[in-house]
Design a protein around this ligand. Structure first.
Ligand SMILES: Cc1cc2nc3c(=O)[nH]c(=O)nc-3n(C[C@H](O)[C@H](O)[C@H](O)COP(=O)(O)OP(=O)(O)OC[C@H]3O[C@@H](n4cnc5c(N)ncnc54)[C@H](O)[C@@H]3O)c2cc1C
Length: 403
């Protein structure tokens, strides 16, 4: 294991961080309750205005290169900004670096044709449209990404796509999706059977069946998870991203930096949740002489959360550094480690916060219930925790001489 590098934050990033912090505090927090527990759609005009403000302040799309309208940050630098934005459920959205769009932007930037970039990527980068990513199918274990039924068959100059997907996050209101479909079912290598194909969602062969309720919350627009159908859905064969048969390899490429983004967002959530915990513990009087924060068990919980957050941050930043220096493939085990470690820290920090808040913790009067409901998925998406633990354990066992 390489020695931990110094995570020196340059003056530029440090001043950017305080500007993002101020933006979140002044403009996003006041909107949260309404946009998250009320109607997200009804808040779109206000959110669009905030995107304009972010643009005029030179803070929009921090992950992009300068020539693409971004700030030209390294993965490591963007990670720290992602942590600040994660403190609000609206943060990444307002700055146009939200999943799944950020993953699609990274993927298309590297692998899409110039035509697809002009037609779809550039408006996406400017925040004029949204996108989604359709890989998981209800009929198959999503944890095995080569087990897919959706097929794309070439017919002249077009692919004809048939299939059923779900948990296509943010499909509602999206302009296009990138769909993972089998294009070469007989390939002896199962990892070379599928391809990624771009489908504009006004296509008559595409249908959003429903937004899937998540523990009672059906969601809408960006804050939703769609079940979708492709029925004789025809797109030009030039909508292929990368090479035919490269779908699995591209999915891997998409997920490396993606896990840094998710983990730093989760750490941002943890920080906000810890802040809520501390404020509640200080304010809640048990009797005229004592508040909750006086109790040792509460103090220990706060200390445990703070330590876990700090450990998580160091692990994720080190992994970002390794990805930048050696590439996602070389950092495979580190990427797996942060995925299952930080998702569990997130669960523990939120759960402790709910306990400290008592009955208030399970109401929708704070953001805790939103995160408890929606972030439970963190242990499932981007590869369930078990799969990542296996990746890490195999490498460790091999280092002791196992075949
Ligand atoms: C909030 C959320 C957003 C998502 N967004 C998207 C999206 O935008 N696009 C998209 O295509 N998909 C998306 N998904 C789907 C996600 O990728 C899948 O849920 C994930 O891959 C797991 O697949 P599955 O749900 O079919 O679970 P299964 O594969 O059926 O696994 C069920 C459980 O079995 C266990 N398990 C699985 N494999 C192993 C193993 N090898 N060893 C031991 N235990 C194992 C795990 O506990 C796992 O949770 C999203 C999911 C969630 C929850």
């Amino acid at each position: 294991m390489e020695a931990l590098p110094h995570f020196f934050i340059s003056e530029r990033v440090s001043s950017l961080l305080s500007r993002y912090q101020q933006f979140v505090q002044e403009h996003l927090k006041p909107l949260e309750q309404g946009a998250i527990y009320g109607s997200f759609k009804a808040h779109l005009p206000a959110l669009v205005e905030l995107r304009q403000k972010a643009k005029s302040e030179g803070l929009f799309a921090p992950h992009l290169a300068v020539e693409e309208g971004g700030l030209g940050l390294s993965l490591l630098e963007f990670a720290s900004i992602s942590e600040v934005l994660g403190q609000s459920p609206l943060g990444h959205y307002v700055f146009n670096c939200q999943a799944p769009d950020i993953g699609n932007m990274e993927l298309m930037h590297r692998f899409a044709s110039e035509d697809l970039k002009a037609q779809y990527l550039h408006p996406l980068q400017k925040g004029e449209i949204r996108s989604c990513f359709a890989m998981t199918e209800p009929e198959h274990a999503g944890s095995n990404p080569i087990h897919l039924s959706t097929q794309a068959v070439l017919d002249g100059d077009e692919y004809v796509i048939n299939g059923h997907k779900w948990f296509t996050s943010s499909a509602d209101g999206a302009y296009f999706t990138i769909v993972m479909a089998v294009t070469d079912p007989d390939n002896l290598n199962p990892y070379q059977r599928a391809s990624m194909i771009l489908v504009p969602l006004d296509n008559p062969g595409y249908r959003l069946i429903r937004n899937i309720p998540i523990m009672g919350d059906v969601g809408e627009d960006y804050l939703s998870h769609g079940e979708v159908e492709f029925k004789d859905c025809r797109v030009p064969k030039t909508n292929l991203i990368g090479e035919a048969g490269s779908g699995f390899a591209l999915a891997q490429e998409r997920l490396g930096p993606g896990r840094i983004h998710h983990c730093m967002r989760w750490i941002g959530i943890c920080e906000r949740v810890l802040e809520l915990t501390c404020k509640r513990a200080i304010a809640r009087e048990l009797n005229p002489h004592h508040v909750l924060a006086d109790q040792q068990s509460i103090q220990h919980g706060i200390a445990e959360s703070a330590a876990e957050i700090k450990a998580s941050r160091l692990m994720v930043l080190q992994t970002a550094y390794l990805i930048e220096k050696y590439g996602a493939k070389a950092a495979k085990e580190d990427i797996s480690t942060i995925k299952f470690y930080v998702s569990n820290v997130l669960m523990r920090v939120i759960d402790k916060a709910i306990q400290v808040h008592g009955a208030l913790g399970i109401t929708d009067d704070t953001l805790l219930s939103f995160w408890y409901r929606h972030e439970r998925g963190a242990k499932i998406y981007d590869g369930p925790d078990e799969v990542h633990k296996t990746v890490l354990a195999k490498r460790i066992i091999q280092s002791y001489g196992a075949r």
